[in-house]
Write a protein that binds this ligand. Structure first.
Ligand code: PLP
Length: 395
């Protein structure tokens, strides 16, 4: 690997210089008003990025996976039923976590490459007249397959069924890169991590809780200590954590939210969309197909690209690393060896994306795939030239 090249994995993402500097700070007293000057603005920034006026924001020294656990253990009790669709590796891992916590999971098997089946959710919720189901899990962006699901449709399914279950949304690879509407979609717990759209090093689980979710924490009995939001809320009231916070990362998070809000969330989303469209134009020019089966499912943060039958896609990732010092993502689970992934989220420009596409072409040509050098790059260039936006001062 080279430290010079950007990475094209779907997280951790490239860290802007400004954020590296923000994370690198002297020790301060983490139980003092000075810490509060980092903590509270960071939480306020996250609330805005989630598009919420009133979500309670809890940030743990952890990762997205810890955010999943925060949602489950604070709101649910052993034996509770949750409804979830399995359409990729990340939804699968959250289901597995539920089962290990003694929850019953009603799993809707969904082909990989497809989105969450809101219509099936509605049928199941409508049939659940006894309200056995306490929570619905929704992976907004399935990072394994590059599939974005319609969370508003999941909310409509809950409402149409008149069902009171909580809505937990995994936004680890969507929040801060793709439109996410905590309040409008009636999300009860949202989960993110520091190392994807927030452009920071790994190390923070970032969660938002609705008033309804906060109410559920009062009766939920799953064991929790480290991820207990009640302990955390008490800490926050005293400018502190129940334990030692990741102060540098929180300072970085505060700065990251500032960067995102300065650029403007809609501009951030438009930038991700534009870069993703260029990548998709390249994939089309290569004659390859996405794992996501239809355009409304295409993720603006990651593309999982199918390689020809009989070709081991993992070779692309290995060869890119060893020959060119560039990181792409491998296929996971059911699509291991069948897809490789280009992550296009976080701190990224059109120019950086073009370098990744050019590298992917060299790699595929080296490995004997029928790819004409420059074909995908040209398609992306055409798209970027036609869809240029005014340059903004950015870090
Ligand atoms: C990365 C990711 C996770 C896991 O996050 P970690 O920070 O690796 O624990 C969960 N869900 C989705 C959709 C992801 O992309």
């Amino acid at each position: 690997m080279s430290f010079q090249n950007p990475v094209f994995i779907p997280g951790p993402t490239n860290i802007p210089e400004r954020l590296r500097k923000a994370c690198d700070m002297p020790t301060i007293d983490h139980r003092s008003p000075l810490f509060g000057q980092i903590l509270h603005p960071a939480r306020e920034g996250v609330r805005k990025v989630l598009k919420s006026d009133s979500a309670e924001i809890f940030i743990f020294p952890s990762t997205g996976t810890g955010g999943w656990e925060t949602a489950l253990t604070n709101c649910l009790s052993a034996g509770d039923t949750v409804l979830a669709a399995r359409n990729g590796m990340f939804s699968q891992r959250w289901i597995d976590m539920c089962q290990r916590h003694g929850l019953e999971v009603e799993v809707v098997e969904t082909p990989w490459g497809h989105g969450l089946p809101a219509d099936r959710y509605e049928e199941i919720l409508t049939a659940d007249t006894g309200h056995r189901i306490k929570a619905v899990l929704a992976t907004h962006n399935e990072t394994a397959t590059g599939v974005k699901s319609d969370i508003a449709a999941v909310r409509r399914a809950l409402d149409a069924a008149g069902h009171p279950a909580l809505l937990f949304v995994d936004g680890v690879s969507s929040i801060a890169s793709m439109d996410f509407r905590f309040d409008e979609w009636g999300v009860d717990v949202a989960v993110a991590g520091s190392q994807k759209g927030f452009m920071l090093p790994p190390g923070l689980a970032i969660t938002g809780f609705s008033a309804k979710a906060m109410e559920a924490t009062k009766t939920a009995t799953l064991p929790r200590t480290f991820f207990d939001v009640a302990d955390m809320a008490k800490g926050y009231a005293n400018n502190a954590y129940p334990y030692t916070p990741a102060v540098g990362l929180l300072n970085g998070l505060n700065e990251a939210c500032g960067m995102l809000l300065d650029e403007g969330l809609e501009n951030v989303f438009a930038r991700h969309h534009r870069i993703a469209e260029g990548v998709r134009a390249a994939v089309g020019a290569w004659g390859l197909e996405l794992c996501a089966v239809s355009p409304e499912l295409y993720s603006d943060t990651v593309s999982a690209i199918r390689t020809p039958e009989g070709f081991n896609a993992t070779q692309i990732v290995e060869h890119a690393a060893s020959a060119y010092g560039v990181a792409f993502g491998t296929g996971l689970g059911e699509v291991a060896g069948k897809v490789f992934r280009i992550g296009h989220l976080g701190s990224l420009t059109d120019v950086m994306a073009l370098s990744g596409l050019a590298t992917a072409e060299m790699v595929m040509a080296d490995l004997g795939l029928d790819i004409r050098l420059g074909s995908g790059v040209a398609a992306a260039q055409d798209y970027y030239r036609a869809n240029r936006t005014p340059l903004r001062a950015a870090a």
